[in-house]
Design a protein around this ligand. Sequence first.
Ligand code: HEM
Length: 451
Amino acid sequence: MSEAAIASSAVIAGLPPGPPLRPLQLYRYMRNPYSMLRGYAREYGNLFTVQTVRVCVMTGRPDLVRRIIGAPIDQYGSRNEPGAARVFGKRAFTLLSGRPLRRERRLIVPHFQGEALTALGGMIRDATLEAFGNLQPGESFVVRERALDVALDVILRTVLGADTPERRAAFRDAVRALTKGYGNPAFLMLAAMQIKQDWPPPFRRFTAIRRRLENLLQDAMDRARREGPAKAAILNRVVAARYEDGTPMPDEAIRDNMITTLIAGHETSVVSLSWALYWLHRDRRCLELLLDELRPLGPDADLAAWMRLPYLDAVVKEVLRLWPVVTDINRVLAQPMQLDRYVLPAGTTIAASSAILHYDPDLYPDPDTFRPERFIGRRFGPHEYLAFGGGERMCPGSHLAVFELKIVLATLLTRYRYTLLDEGPMTVRRVGGAMMPATGIRLRLDGTLQQ
Ligand code: HEM
């Protein structure tokens, strides 16, 4: 028999096997997706069908991840979920696919990268000092709470240009209410059940909360138009941007995209900063190496110099490898696709899992260990490192997120000394949409460095 014949005889139409008892899988996924996904990959092989928030075909195999994120633009359709539209809004680009997705992203994503970021660095340093600078020596605190202040402040200043404390306070309340609204178990349950009606009270309450934020955003957009694109804020640039045919993005789409950004951009940063401070203070050797690198530049270093530091870069990458905030990135097939021997029909959801991939011992030897050095002198391909997803949908905020993490860490570590109060290995718990380190990471401020 020829090789082609052997290969074709092995092809299977349909989904790969996976664990039974689907409701139990959803429950386990909500509690701890990391251990669940890795456990199933060991048990069923690194391509299996599982119930997460949807039934999906999951893999963390580098060759299959490469296929998933490298697929042509018309391979995937939109994630048509009524719950998502309710939260992000009908015009949010996260609900689009293919060419319409590309068209929207072209107007937004460039403002989150490169030159555009340089002007935002000072705001990030200010937000960090405001949130962490009022602690007294000996005082203990929960990193998550302070990090939430920084992350929200950063996004309000840099994305929406909220440059007065009053404007930020109004937005902060509205965003916190929104996060609480969609994190409410009754809301999540109704959304998971794909309920389309608007009358259930958790939906009605959420709509009112969202409207308040929409009104604030409309004011911010009107102001951004008056100020023009010279102001550094991302919103100012988005309202001035034009599609190829010269038309602007409609207001409703800008509002929905900004709400999507607010939601996607702040909890993710909180989790990553909490883990970074945890690992650095748990492994003092890594902390010392980082301090050796930061010390010569001092606390008021040029931000571009911090961006060039190899160990700081490696620390951020390693934090996002060990506990990727998003454990699996999902795509809905618009056309059939072959993964390994399985030909999956259109309509199937497939998922590439960083929680599995990032623990592949062939890529990352001794994967449970925090070891930033593994990123020094070694570049991982997009199919080997999935912290920000990949392909057409890759996180538009990835550059901003890394930029922010580096500035916050460098600002804190060049000014303050802390002790970790959490002992032993850390477990995780779900807070709203994100998995957080269970305690939120408790530190004590030991002192402020002489400057
Ligand atoms: C450490 C922080 C962050 C991490 C780990 C992270 C990770 C991710 C991941 C894995 C995805 C899914 C990508 C895919 O499906 O291929 C995503 C999507 C997204 N992220 Fe981030 N993100 C972070 C911060 C941010 C920030 C700061 C922003 C904006 C200011 C942002 C905005 C978004 C948006 C809008 C999407 C949806 C993209 C789409 O559906 O097309 N993220 N992020």
